[in-house]
Design a protein around this ligand. Structure first.
Ligand code: GRF
Length: 204
């Protein structure tokens, strides 16, 4: 991946990370990376409205209309190929993936997760961490495999939980970190400055 890295974002909800990546791309902060497609499994998600306003093509699908995950993923994979997508960024996409999508994008598919993995995988990671009473949590960007937030870690940033802080405040601060960190990591991928060796990743 060098100049002109074509990126698809997968999202299911609000889309604040989609927006952050889009703005970074438009401001030239994604190292030539361009957001060319949103893939979304929830037609009413706010991220769909964000994409519409930004003029980004959206691939919408309803998982219930398919017998198997592999069936809708094969259709998505075909669209990614047609659009010559180089990099996939999951951003609040609330589904596990099968090898139909994971294999062709091995090493080229990222996810962002609002905890310091491997602590607190899965849904409501911020609430899980806050309820547990950790003093330090954070944000992880990792490569995607078929597991639940188990892929190779690419970048992490710690967030200290302030004494007496409520979960809403912690959530807001973690989202701020996400929206700064994800574009930085995507930029490094777009510029070809990421070397993956098993579970070890070097950013140059
Ligand atoms: C983020 O916290 C992300 O880490 C997690 O899902 C959330 C998505 O938020 N995977 P948004 O839709 O990008 O606002």
């Amino acid at each position: 991946m060098s100049q002109g890295c074509r990126i698809a974002v997968f999202a299911s909800g609000n889309g604040s990370n989609f927006q952050a990546l889009l703005e970074a791309s438009r401001e030239g902060r994604l190292g030539g990376g361009e957001i060319v497609l949103l893939v979304c499994d929830k037609p009413n998600a706010f991220v769909v409205e964000r994409a519409r306003q930004a003029g980004v093509e959206t691939y919408l699908f309803r998982p219930k209309e398919y017998a198997r995950r592999e069936d809708y993923e094969a259709e998505i994979a075909a669209r990614l190929t047609e659009l010559e997508i180089d990099l996939v960024a999951l951003a609040g996409y609330m589904r596990l993936l099968t090898p139909v999508l994971v294999s062709p994008y091995a090493g080229r598919m990222l996810n962002i997760h609002p905890s310091l993995l491997p602590a607190f995988p899965g849904t409501d990671a911020i609430g899980q961490a806050w309820n547990y009473g950790v003093k330090i949590t954070g944000v992880t960007v990792h490569l995607v495999d078929e597991g639940m937030d188990t892929g190779t870690i690419v970048a992490q940033e710690a967030v200290t939980v302030e004494p007496g802080e409520d979960v809403d405040s912690l959530t807001a601060r973690i989202h701020q970190v996400e929206q700064r960190l994800y574009p930085q990591v995507v930029k490094q991928f777009a510029e070809g400055r990421v070397r993956v060796n098993g579970r070890k990743v070097e950013l140059g």
